[in-house]
Design a protein around this ligand. Structure first.
Ligand code: F6R
Length: 364
């Protein structure tokens, strides 16, 4: 049932404040200001390396997770798309945790990678949205997302719930490794707890995003740029746009533009820049200005301060609530999803059932 919404995708985008809050309940104790795991006695202290494997949108969640695991827990992370993982003879030493991320829990390549990691003696953790799925059954550490059934083929609410779980898991790992003091732990809990309200704040920009979607719908190519944890978000934005609107889109690390892709820039290629204020803001803005100097039409997604500082000369701006960098990828996922959605609606494509795609990919 789509409720009052025209498509499942839009309904699921709007469910995110609630389902992210629901998911967080299993991973943070708000009153005690502690991070926790659904299996409290699972010992993470001996984990020396994490191998993350997933496909598509779940892979981009994993990419954000890599930043968090390394930043908080100082544990090195390997990251692969599942269809490449087994074929490159990955080195998995003792004391490794292999982490598989999948909305469906049935994706064939991810499942095959899980079984391979198991045969190499890794501990198996899975982040899945379907608790009865094959991956859920085969895990040592089951980390459910509580997004509820996702019907739209383009993943939206599962992605933000995956991010919430990964942030909490990174904090749990950091604590187990003695790298998180009480003050830092409390802060992480506080920031994560702010995510649902911030997502609501992001949703308030829906009609403004709809209003600018026509300008993107006429484009043949669109670029997305971001740095740090906003780089995977740029990749996710491009994937979302191409899969439901069939517009060619690419995501790049903002700093990579000058190493090639900037040659694509002219006034017909909209460039979506994801740049919350924070430690990486200035650098991203200077990459954005390189694009503008070549006639590129920029849509800047930032908070009020960021738009004030750098919004001039942009084709359009999208204002997000001001949030801590930890939850920025969770909050900035919303405008990226809404933009793809409205562009697809403007083009008249089948948003919930894009051509050539299936909700669950059970062939390798
Ligand atoms: C994109 C999308 C796909 C899936 C991918 C993995 O919107 O939905 O890229 O993310 O097929 O699926 P799961 O997460 O079920 O393993």
């Amino acid at each position: 049932d789509k409720g009052n919404h025209r498509h499942f995708m839009l309904k699921e985008i709007y469910e995110q404040p609630i389902v992210v809050a629901q998911t967080l309940k299993s991973y943070v104790r708000r009153l005690e200001e502690e991070v926790s795991l659904p299996i409290p006695d699972f010992d993470l202290s001996a984990i020396r390396r994490v191998t993350i494997v997933a496909c598509g949108t779940s892979f981009y969640a994993g990419m954000v997770g890599k930043y968090w695991f390394e930043q908080f827990a100082r544990v090195p992370v390997d990251l692969d798309v599942a269809s490449e993982f087994r074929y490159r003879a990955p080195v998995m030493e003792e004391g490794g945790l292999a982490l598989f991320i999948s909305q469906s829990g049935e994706t064939a390549d991810t499942l095959a990678a899980l079984r391979h990691a198991r045969s190499e003696g890794q501990k198996i953790a899975v982040v899945v949205n379907v608790p009865t799925s094959t991956m859920a059954r085969e895990a040592d550490l089951l980390l459910p997302t509580h997004a509820g059934p996702e019907i739209g083929v383009a993943s939206t609410k599962a992605f933000t719930c995956q991010l919430a779980v990964l942030a909490a898991l990174a904090a749990n790992l950091a604590r187990a490794k003695g790298r998180l003091d009480r003050r830092e732990e409390k802060e992480i809990v506080r920031h994560l707890s702010e995510a649902p309200a911030a997502i609501n704040g992001a949703l308030a920009y829906d009609s403004a995003i709809e209003a600018m979607s026509g300008a993107i719908a006429v484009a043949r190519d669109v670029l997305y740029l971001g740095r740090g944890t906003d780089y995977p978000l740029a990749l996710e934005g491009a994937l979302k746009l191409k899969e439901i609107s069939y517009i060619h889109a690419e995501g790049y690390a903002a700093g990579e533009m000058k190493h090639g892709p900037i040659a694509l820039i002219d006034d017909k290629v909209p460039v979506i820049v994801i740049a919350p204020t924070g430690p990486l803001f200035e650098k991203t803005v200077s990459n954005m200005q390189e694009v503008q100097a070549r006639g590129g039409k920029v849509v800047l997604i930032s908070d009020y301060d960021g738009i004030q500082a750098a919004g001039e000369g942009c084709m359009a701006t999208i204002t997000m609530p001001k949030v801590h960098p930890l939850i920025a990828p969770i909050v900035y996922a919303i405008p990226v999803q809404l933009l793809a959605y409205h562009v697809a609606v403007a083009k008249g494509t089948d948003v919930d059932q894009p051509r050539n795609l299936a909700k669950s990919v059970t062939v390798e």
